[in-house]
Design a binder for this molecule. Sequence first.
Ligand code: ASP
Length: 347
Amino acid sequence: MPRILLLHTGGTLGMAGGRPSALRPAAFFKTLKSRCPELFQLADIELELFSNLDSSEMQPELWSRLAAHLHRRLPEFDGAVVTHGTDTLAHTASALSFMLPGLPKPVVMTGAQRPLGEIRSDARLNLIDAVLSALQGPPEVSICFDSHLYRGNRTRKVKVAEYDAFDSPNFPRLGTLGVEATFAPGLRQKGPFRLRERLESRVFLLKVYPGLDPALPLALLPHVRGLVVEAYGAGNFPIAPDLGRSLLPLFRQARERDVPVLVVTQAHHNGVDLSLYEAGAAALAEGALSGGDMTPAAALAKLMHGLAYYPDRVARARYIETASVGEMTEPGTNVQPSPVKKSKRAR
Ligand code: ASP
C-alpha cells in the first residue's frame, strides 16, 4: 500500500460546535476515523497533529516549522496531505512552495467550509480527493478543494459561504476530480529537494485606495524590510504632485532605505505591466519590482523569502522577478489552459 502522511494544522474541517456557540478546534482524528473510514482504503495513512488552530493564527514562524517537518518526513512517504483552515490556506501554500524547492512528491493542502462531523460537510470528499491527489497528482504544493486541484501559490480564497471556495484565476487547474480524476503533469523541479525555511516577516502589504494618506505608509517605512504594494489595474497609484496624495515619495524613500517594493495588482485576473502608465514607469525608475501576475499572498511570501536569502539587492531582485516554482507567468509565456492528462483510473 502506498504511504501518505496526513498532517493536521487545524481549520473548520476539524472544528466542532457552531451556532448558537462559536466553532472551535476539536478532536479531528477521532472524527476522521468514524466519519471517513474509507480514506484508509486508499493508502496507509499516518496521522500526525502539527497544530489545531484556526488558520487566522498561522504565522511565518509556523510556516517555517511546517516546511522543516515536511522536509524531514516526506522521504518516508509517497506524498503528504496537509489539512488547514481555508482563510489563510493560499498564504501557507504559497510560503511552502518557496521553502521546499526541488519538491519530489505531492504536498496537497485541503480544508473545508463545514466541519467533518456535520451531515452536509464538504470535508469528507475534500479529504478523499486530497489523498488521491497526493497519490497521483503532480509533485508540487497544491490545494485540493471542491473537486479541483490548484497550484497552491496561484490560489485565492474567493468565497466565504459556498463550497467552491478557491480559484487560481491566472493559472489552469492542476486537476479535476469528477467522475474521473485527471491531473496535469505540473512542475518538474530541477535540483535536489532542499529546505529553505527562513523568512523575513517584517514585510508590509499596502493596498492602494482612494483617500490613502501617503504619510501613513511613509511613517511605517523605518519599521519594515520590504513592501508589497497592491496597486490598481496594471500597476497604478496616485502620482499627481498637486493633489496631495502622491505615493511617489514612498517609492523614493523606500529605495533610499534599500527597502524593496514589489508591485502586484488588486485585480484577480492578469498582472501588472509597470511600463504601461506613468505611475508604473515612475515606480520602475525608483527601482520598484514587478510582481507580474502573482497573487498578493504569493508576493508577500516570496518577498519574505527573498529578503531572508538574498542580502544583495540585485540578486534579490532577480530572484523575486523570476518565476521559481510556477508562481508567476514569465513575460511572453502563454498560459492558456492546457488540457489536463487523464491519470490512472481513480477509485
Ligand atoms: N476560520 C477557518 C480557518 O481558516 C475557516 C475555514 O477553515 O474554513 O481556520
